[in-house]
Ligand binder design. Structure first.
Ligand code: SDX
Length: 435
């Protein structure tokens, strides 16, 4: 990075002014390189929640929150969702370019021939209660993959990094489906390499050994698009966790397990589950007639109630994924003859009312990727408790692409933020009799 512009920081406390280089990206905000601030002034910057902090340089995903734009390696999400499938998108995120026909065939072959997990992995499931939250199972099992590969992994070897990426992308559907089957008390289904990536996943989720599972192409395509929409999203909380874990040199399976744990939170990937719970609650209270009352509760700061699936740290316009998710939702409901699904009607009415309400307009709160994704996943037969697992399955490629970019970055260091300390100053321990 070369700096053409600079920023000068002056201080009112007599600290001499400091000049910092400013770097420009290909698109998006410039950055002020403050790496020398502490060495030159003995001061830190202060940015809890990283509202104004670029933690890294990246070439993978770009978001324009004001325009509501999302690009994977420069390609708009609207075009990828229509013209590509999830595995092509995985190839793009990992390699920087869309695959040609031969590259796509080779990539798909490699992924589909890594879909099985070690037979002993199935023992891990036996240790969980049947009613364990599937995200708890997934965190445990993905972390446990480290136990099978940690000694065959030199993270500084690009080929080892690529094999780990293939293994994680390939095995997530098997583990997610196994977590679901275990919760249902049904036998785990082995992957089938003759099916497409997403059809194979749906068969492992909904098939049984008792009969042939016939994937519905419309539903497979819809779920494949949902995976594309969730594949990556710049430096969100879970991706930042994966980068931070990876900066210590931890193996990628452990880093992805850390990302899954972060995604689980209702403010992040857990919002799709929380959004459907919210819609079901409004339905129970009386449905569309009760929307006004619910919105009033959301606007009352003391209620602690948020409109789940709304708002975003970056998007201050419509999340482009939400629009695509709404279209996919309508397609799936149509295909299943559920076009009058009351939850979908309620969600659309709730969106319409919220977007006309000053509270939301002033705060630039729009539907995000999680607002409609729960409705379409429920229509696909995926239980609410599995929604965030599907998000984790889809996001694995984004996490591993970002992890790989960080490991390959010659400037990368272990992430180690500092703090503003406001606790007790030095004091001596008194004997217990004097305390
Ligand atoms: C994801 O980062 C990513 O890229 C994440 C993600 C990805 O792909 O990785 O896009 C996936 O996590 C989507 C977001 C899913 N979460 C939700 O839908 C949960 C509900 N949304 C909120 O919790 C909230 O909008 C966040 C967490 C998403 C963003 O919070 P910010 O950026 O910290 O904004 P904020 O909390 O400071 O909100 C600003 C104001 C506040 O009001 P005031 O203090 O100004 O009066 O807006 C209010 C907030 O109270 N607000 C909401 C709201 N979201 C923000 N009020 C009601 N309902 C909401 N949903």
């Amino acid at each position: 990075m070369t700096a053409q512009k600079t920023a000068t920081l002056t201080f009112s406390d007599g600290t001499p002014p400091v000049e910092f280089p400013i770097y420009e990206g290909t698109i998006g905000p410039d950055v002020v390189d403050i790496r020398k601030l502490y060495a030159q002034t003995g001061k830190f910057t202060y940015d809890p929640g990283f509202m104004s902090t670029a933690a890294c340089e990246s070439r993978i995903t770009y978001i324009d929150g004001d325009k509501g734009e999302l690009l994977y390696r420069g390609y708009p999400i609207e075009q990828l969702a229509v013209n590509c499938d999830y595995l092509e998108t995985c190839y793009l995120l990992l390699n920087g370019e869309l695959p040609n026909a031969e590259q796509r065939r080779d990539f798909e072959y490699r992924v589909m021939h890594h879909t099985m997990v070690h037979e002993q992995m199935t023992r891990f499931f036996q240790g969980f209660r049947r009613d364990a939250h599937p995200m708890a199972v997934l965190v445990g099992c993905v972390g446990a993959l480290s136990a099978f590969y940690h000694d065959s992994l030199d993270i500084n070897d690009p080929e080892h990094r690529f094999v780990s990426a293939i293994r994680l992308i390939a095995k997530m559907p098997t583990l997610v489906a196994a977590a679901y089957k275990y919760s249902m008390g049904q036998p785990l289904m082995y992957p089938r390499n003759d099916l497409s990536y997403t059809a194979n996943f749906m068969r492992m989720m909904f098939g049984t050994p008792c009969e042939e599972y016939q994937p519905n192409d419309v539903l497979v395509r819809a779920l494949d698009r949902i995976l594309i929409l969730h594949a990556d999203h710049e430096q969100n909380a879970s991706t930042s966790t994966v980068r931070l874990a990876g900066s210590s040199g931890a193996n990628p399976f452990a880093c992805i397990a850390a990302g899954i744990a972060t995604l689980w939170g209702p403010a992040h990937g857990g919002a799709n589950e929380a959004c459907l719970v919210m819609l079901d609650e409004i339905q129970k209270q009386g449905g569309i007639e009760k929307i006004g009352e619910f919105i009033d509760k959301v606007k009352d700061k003391n209620s602690g109630v948020k409109l789940m699936g709304f708002g975003h740290r970056v998007y201050k316009n419509y999340d482009p994924r939400a629009k695509l998710m709404e279209e996919t939702c309508a397609e799936v409901l149509q295909e299943l003859g559920l076009q009058n699904d009351p939850t979908f009607a309620l969600a659309m009415k709730l969106e319409q009312i919220a977007r006309e309400d000053d509270y939301f307009v002033q705060r630039k709160l729009y539907p995000n990727v999680d607002f409609y994704s729960g409705i379409v996943q429920k229509a696909l037969g995926i239980p609410v408790s599995m929604f965030t697992c599907i998000f984790a399955l889809a996001r694995t490629v984004g996490w591993i692409a970002q992890w790989g970019e960080m490991i390959a970055d010659p400037d990368q260091k272990i992430g180690r933020p500092r703090q503003l300390f406001t606790g007790p100053v030095r004091r001596d321990v008194k004997p217990i009799a004097e305390r």
